[in-house]
Each structure stands twice: as C-alpha cells, then as structure tokens.
Design a binder for this molecule. Structure first.
Ligand SMILES: [Zn+2]
Length: 267
C-alpha cells in the first residue's frame, strides 16, 4: 500500500510513502522514492517544544527518559561526550567556537569546555537551558539554531547529538549548520540507525518489534546510513566517519556521523 502524504519527504520532497507502523494518531512511513522513514502527521514546532519540560528530563512525564535512567544526574554519560569531542578533534582542534544544538542539560558542552572549546549551547527546552546555566554556568540560548541567527562562517565545530530525529525539518537544520560553519568546519551528529535490527524482539513491544526505535512525537525521522549520507552531501558536507553501534555498546541502535563542510550553499 502506498499513501499520498501531505507532509512531503524532508529529504527528496516526495509525497508518496508506504506505512510501516501505525501508532495512533501517528503513522510511521517510508518514502517510496528515497527510503527516508518519517512520522506523519508531522507536529508543528510549538507543539514539539512543549514536550521537553522538566518531567521529560526527570522521567516523571508521559514521554521522555525513564525515571530509572536518572538522565540529569548520571555523570557517566560524560564519558560518551568526551569520546565524541575527541572524535571531533581528529578534524578540528581547539581553540575555536563549538556550538551544540539540542544541548539539553549540558553534557556535551561540559565535555567540550573542559577541552578548551569556546562553547555555545542551543535548546528549545526552557527547563534544560536554565539547568545548564544555573548548575554548570554554561553559555546557552533558548530556541532553535535558526532562531539563534549566528553570523555566517563563524563556527569551527557544530554538534547535534540526538537532535535530527526530533526536529520538524532535518534538512533545514543542516542547511543552517552549513551557513554558520566555516569552510572545513566539522558537523558531528548522532541519531538512531533505522537499519539496525531490534536486538531483542522478544522483549520489545510487539507492535514495535519490527521497528523498535519508534517513538513519535519525540522521534519524527529515522535515518539510515544511506539517507543521512544523502542529506549531508546535499547540504554541503563530506562524511569522514559514520559508525553504527550494535550490541555491547551503550549506544546500541545509534549511529554517529562526522562530516566536514566542503562547500558553501548558494544563499
Ligand atoms: Zn524521500
């Protein structure tokens, strides 16, 4: 079955998609042209922003982290962000400006600041922004990357850890990342890998067993190595490293991508 969808594909602008999973009121579909997996209907930014409140991060709300994850207080998470910052530095070293979009309570910024980067965080969550300022003295803005209206070619490294799957238009984020990054600057991101099979179908919600990262309206896009690579190539980046994590790693089911800005998009 192929649906004609009103939310056009963010990658190829197609409007034909095949349903993968019904999670009312949302449907997860795969674009029949380029293979991008996404959620329809697509929530508006204002609706999305409301999700990321204190309950989301503390694990006491209907969506978000689980209470036993202790997201905010679990400083063992810092290790992952130190490792990621070290990976960024293979391509660009501090001193320099590093912007973390979707910074949440500031793990990535703490790691980067400790390594000598001049850091700015951006997040739509008022709770997270206030927390990052008050607890860690971080330089953070509330809003989106576009709303931050940064000068063109002013940034050395831009990170989007677990961001693109949450935003209304990943293409728009990458286009703006291209504009603010210097030529040769690094874009680093992590997002679920839609091609990663469910590690334990027997323990998974049966409705989601075939597509276990399904989490609308938090997760609106499910990239594969192929679709994320196409998006980055079309927005002026050259992928230098793409790693997908399997069993045995805390990042199971996620992929990390490091890309360099190799051309400036026409304005
Ligand atoms: Zn498409």
């Amino acid at each position: 079955m192929v649906l004609k969808v009103s939310d056009r594909c963010d990658l190829c602008n197609g409007n034909a998609a095949a349903p993968i999973l019904e999670l009312p009121p949302h449907t997860i579909v795969r674009c029949t042209v380029c293979g991008l997996v996404y959620v329809t209907p697509r929530p508006a930014l204002a609706e999305l922003t409301g999700i990321y409140d204190e309950a989301y991060f503390r694990g006491t709300g209907p969506v978000g982290y689980r209470p036993d994850e202790n997201y905010i207080g679990d400083d063992t998470r810092l290790d992952i962000f130190i490792e990621r910052t070290v990976a960024v530095e293979r391509y660009r070293r501090p001193p320099g400006v590093l912007v973390d979009v979707g910074c949440a309570t500031g793990f990535a910024l703490r790691a980067a600041r400790d390594r000598g980067w001049d850091c700015l965080g951006i997040d739509v969550s008022e709770f997270a922004v206030n927390y990052a300022r008050e607890h860690y003295g971080l330089n953070v803005l509330k809003g989106t990357l576009c709303e931050a209206a940064m000068p063109s070619e002013s940034v050395d490294a831009l990170t989007m850890w677990d961001l693109l799957e949450h935003v209304p238009s990943p293409r728009k984020e990458c286009v703006e990342a291209n504009r603010v990054l210097k030529l040769g600057g690094v874009l680093a991101l992590a997002t679920p890998d839609a091609d990663c099979p469910c590690p334990s179908p027997e323990a998974c919600d049966p409705a989601k067993a075939d597509f276990w990262q399904a989490k609308p309206p938090e997760h609106l896009y499910y990239f594969s190595p192929a679709t994320i690579s196409r998006l980055l190539a079309e927005t002026g980046f050259y992928v230098v490293n793409l790693t997908s994590y399997g069993p045995g790693d805390r990042r199971l089911g996620a992929m990390e991508v490091y890309a360099l800005k190799v051309r400036t998009l026409p304005g």
